[in-house]
Design a protein around this ligand. Structure first.
Ligand SMILES: Nc1ncnc2c1ncn2[C@@H]1O[C@H](COP(=O)(O)OP(=O)(O)OP(=O)(O)O)[C@@H](O)[C@H]1O
Ligand SMILES: [Mg+2]
Length: 247
């Protein structure tokens, strides 16, 4: 792992998702200045860094909710830079935003149906996701607003997984969860990866996230600052000191 500001981020030939040189922002405000992130098909990759670094902005740029001012995003080799968000399902990309990620007034089952609107055999897919997250099957008729925080996050993930994407983008899966539920939320993310969907997640609970992740990237002020294997990042005094709130 690079221990200083990195000049260039390693490009992985076997990446399923590759964001290169991403520049974007809001109106006149530039937030990202050429960010690179790659995810392999069997990986959980965590993006972390200070508040305001541009982590959520990166997710929105990849999911085409923000225009790319420069750079590119490819998924399984297809350039999605010019693809509309609504068409991304065909390219194998799904996104779980940090907030408002389920329809609170609808039941668990109805939320999944909406997630599976474009899925040919959505009943079968629903069954697969119930195997992955049995709790959701028990709650199928319950309105989403009555779920616990952890269950709601599980539903948000399952909804995004209905089309069986190649890559799942998740913005802070552990946000707002009680401390004792955080590790369980990451167990669920691990299940997603083990079932064959690559995961790119933003997280503030860095230590717990790195324990399930394969690799990590630190973003700071809209630029790549560190990258490395998750184990190496956990062991790095510098990363811990600067970005994990502990020396
Ligand atoms: N809709 C918006 N309009 C204008 N500026 C925005 C908007 N959303 C975010 N920004 C700004 O862009 C910068 C990056 O925000 P972003 O949400 O990507 O940060 P983040 O790394 O996800 O932070 P956090 O850890 O707090 O979630 C911040 O300075 C923020 O104020
Ligand atoms: Mg954010």
């Amino acid at each position: 792992m690079s221990e200083k500001d990195i000049e260039s981020v390693e490009r992985l030939d076997d990446a399923v998702l590759s964001a290169r040189g991403v520049e974007t922002g809001y109106g006149d405000l530039q937030v990202l200045y050429g960010v690179d992130v790659d995810v392999r098909e069997d990986e959980i990759v965590v993006v972390f860094g200070p508040n305001g670094a541009g982590k959520s902005t990166l997710m929105k740029a990849i999911y085409r909710l923000l225009p790319l001012w420069d750079g590119s995003v490819t998924v399984t080799g297809d350039d999605i830079s010019g693809v509309a968000t609504d068409d991304l399902v065909e390219y194998g990309v799904s996104y779980v935003p940090q907030t408002d990620n389920v329809f609170p007034n609808l039941t668990v089952g109805e939320n999944l149906d909406i997630g599976g609107a474009s899925v040919a055999d959505s009943e079968a897919r629903r069954g697969e996701l119930f195997d992955l997250f049995p709790r959701l099957e028990e709650r199928v008729a319950q309105r989403a607003e009555t779920l616990s925080g952890g269950e709601r996050q599980m539903l948000a993930m399952a909804r995004a997984l209905m089309p069986d994407p190649d890559v799942l983008l998740i913005d802070e899966p552990s946000a707002g969860l009680a401390p004792q539920l955080i590790d369980r939320a990451f167990d669920h993310v691990e299940r997603v990866r083990d079932a064959g969907t690559a995961v790119l997640m933003v997280e503030q609970n860095v230590t717990a996230a790195l324990r399930v992740a394969d690799r990590g990237y630190v973003l700071d002020m809209g630029e790549n600052r560190f990258e490395g294997d998750a184990d190496a990042m956990l062991d790095s005094d510098r990363v811990r000191e600067l970005y994990m709130g502990q020396a």
